[in-house]
Design a binder for this molecule. Sequence first.
Ligand code: FCB
Length: 438
Amino acid sequence: MIRRSDFPKNFCFGTATASYQIEGAADEDGRGPSIWDVFSHMPGKTFNDETGDIACDHYHRYKEDVQIMKDIGLDAYRFSISWPRVMPDGKSINQKGIDFYNRLVDELLEAGITPFVTLYHWDLPYALHEKGGWLNPDIAMYFRAYATFMFDELGDRVKHWITLNEPWCSSFLGYFMGEHAPGHQNLQEALITTHNLLRAHGYAVQSFREEVKDGEVGLTNVVMKIEPGDSRPESFFVASLVDKIVNAWFHDPVIFGSYPEEVVKTYSEKGLQVPLDDFSIISNPIDFFGVNYYTRTLVVYDENDPLGFSYAQGDLPKTDMGWEIYPQGLFDMLVNLKERYRLPLYITENGIAGPDKVENGRVSDTYRIEYLEKHFEKVLEAIEAGVDVRGYFIWSLMDNFEWAHGYSKRFGIVYIDYNTQKRILKDSAMWLKEFLRS
Ligand code: FCB
């Protein structure tokens, strides 16, 4: 059985959340609307038209939530700042908003929990969206100003920063597939927004070096293990291309200062413009990559698709999200990232949604314990194979608003009863507590 003491001494275990998914208090204390407030209020965009208006009411219950983390014995907590809470119009300061994050950080430090702050986890101020949002190149300067303000406010106490969470989702799910806010469906727009997200990231890193001398900053990407879904050589070829489209496209510019050539060629052949400026900003050196890993993705050659591939179903056991459970993919991707980029890594998200129910005051999520244990083992194997992995954050501390799926997917190690806002530690939380003591 795996034990905490098998991991390096400074390795940290934490949980992760994001502002719009947990905070609620959408109209309180001067918070402005984000693209997710507007999107989730449009009929048909989320499961049962659910919104983050109340969510887990964490804005009012953060003390209880910090206490829960302390009781479990967690070392660290990754949360995100709601940009429209601290800057309702994207640029003017809302003191009450910043006060909340100051209180939260102090509460965490008091409890002996190290804060890891993400600046952008998808809730763009709607006022900036009206100016063109991520399509507007000026967004990078707005983001820089916001980041600088946050570094100034919290940088004395927060030493671990993540600029963006999963730019692939912001750009591709938000501007190409239309599943996330703002719900556009235009591949050209996804390429422009990717580039502006990466520019924003680079400017924030530049500012970080000036503002926080004794901290570390990185970028979190969703890391997908892409595999061919059948044995045709064409499927192997597209699997390698898709790996570059979803993974290297978001890592290479930040480290090497360029997009993968093969993908630039593929897009250009389709008549798409790939923005190619500001790479010196984008590749400002960072301290680590954040890895969000959930599953593998199978692709097969498809001559009818404009990019030549379609997704295939695998036959491994699946989670409530329909995602295959594939711990080996985490090991493989950690090794790949190490070999290609040679940077320290944190697993900033990993976890599983399942059909959790309270029975006699208890939630028996044995499947989640198994999932976590298997993934912990793979992290340990990667460390033993020489990968510099420094921490692991479970998605998520508590059940929350799972974007387009509303409240139908439960990822937490803590159960939320949305009628009463009661928090109930699931069996996985109890197991984690024991593990952290071991
Ligand atoms: C990730 C997101 C996170 C959560 C998990 C399940 O892509 O970063 O907010 O939705 O998936």
